[in-house]
Ligand binder design. Structure first.
Ligand code: MRU
Length: 346
């Protein structure tokens, strides 16, 4: 399976997902600025993957402290964390990772930060793959023996350290011998579905059909879709879920056609500090992503453009949220609180 990021002990190599599916090219990140740019410019994307990348960014930051005294070293790391956190505001996994690393520094003498943060970044990377596998296992109950599953954006191996969240659910079902067919929304404007999900599933020999976003409701009306599975960038404590722009429309259509709508995400995508989805910051990206396809302009020069990268699906449209610690349905507030109370949950 393709690696989203690779750590060689000095340099973080980031797969440039903007060039997929045509070219598989890794770009070196030697500095925290390189890491921040790779997230901001979406060489690496997907909530868990940018969290893992930011963790390595903090490991690189620890090498910059040189002979500084403890207070100055702590200040330096905090400013590096702020730089990384400012790159993309919606997915909470990024700030989860930087704050987790800062917490660890508070518990460790600054002479040991280099080896401590590097080891922790490697652990977070491996843990992310394990979390995805657990999500797949915890979702098994919701996936019938035979199903056509619609997914939106890319919540796959490419959006995580490996295996994927929504696509992890699909991978697990296929591994269990279930007869699964996937419909992938192309996911305008960045085309994560067309460029990434279709490619990733085809690499694994999983049956995938690409559709444009505007076709999803039609296929639901034709009863061609049995189930929807998507990932998440941030889940509020009441279950409201931010995910790639267009997810809300898919959820509304699924609800209208009584098709189950599952959200698959690790527990560190849940932000218990937020009461509901209206508090989730929504990233607005450059208009070029809307008016250009590749280098080809498809709209009049100077047309006004909006480009919110995410939307929020209200919890009442969600059948279940599947995490690495278990699945929650019905009363999401109580269910998510319960998952956080499990030993070792975070
Ligand atoms: O803008 P992106 O490509 O980072 O958005 C990605 C998504 O919205 C994914 O569905 C989400 O991060 C979950 S990835 C496991």
């Amino acid at each position: 399976m393709v690696e989203t990021v690779r750590w060689d002990g000095q340099i973080l190599w980031v797969l440039d997902q903007r060039r997929l599916p045509l070219d598989v090219v890794y770009c070196p990140c030697r500095t925290v600025e390189d890491v921040a740019r790779s997230i901001k410019d979406m060489l690496v994307r997907g909530a868990p993957a940018i969290g893992v990348t930011a963790a390595f960014g903090m490991a690189i930051a620890a090498r910059e402290i040189g002979g500084r005294a403890a207070a100055s070293a702590a200040g330096h790391l905090a400013s590096r964390a702020a730089l990384l956190e400012a790159t993309r505001p919606t997915a909470v996994n990024l700030a989860w990772a930087t704050r987790h690393m800062l917490d660890l520094c508070r518990k460790t003498s600054h002479e040991h930060w280099i080896e401590t943060l590097e080891a922790e970044a490697v652990r977070i990377y491996q843990d992310d793959i394990q979390r995805c596998r657990s999500i797949g296992a915890n979702a098994a109950h919701y996936i019938p023996e035979e199903a056509t599953i619609l997914t939106h954006c890319n919540a796959g191996a490419l959006a995580t350290a490996g295996y994927g969240t929504a696509l992890g659910v699909i991978r697990r079902a296929v591994e269990d011998g279930k007869r699964i067919r996937v419909f992938a929304d192309e996911t305008r404007p960045f085309l994560q579905g067309a460029r990434l999900t279709a490619w990733e599933l085809m690499q694994d020999g999983i049956d995938v059909t690409l559709i444009t976003d505007s076709m999803a409701a039609h296929f639901m009306a034709c009863r061609a879709i049995d189930l929807v599975v998507v990932g998440a960038d941030r889940i509020a404590s009441n279950g409201d879920t931010a995910n790639k722009i267009g997810t809300y429309g898919v959820a509304l259509a699924a609800h209208a056609h009584t098709i189950p709508f599952l959200v698959a995400a690790p527990l560190n995508t849940v932000d218990m500090s937020l009461q509901n989805g209206s508090e989730i910051p929504i990233e607005e990206r450059a208009g070029d992503e809307v008016v250009l396809i590749g280098n080809h302009r498809i709209a009049p020069p100077d047309v006004q453009v909006r480009n919110p990268a995410f939307d929020v699906t209200p919890h009442h449209l969600i059948t279940a949220i599947i995490t690495d610690k278990g699945a929650v349905a019905g009363d999401f507030s109580a269910g998510l609180r319960r998952l956080f109370q499990c030993p070792e949950s975070e």
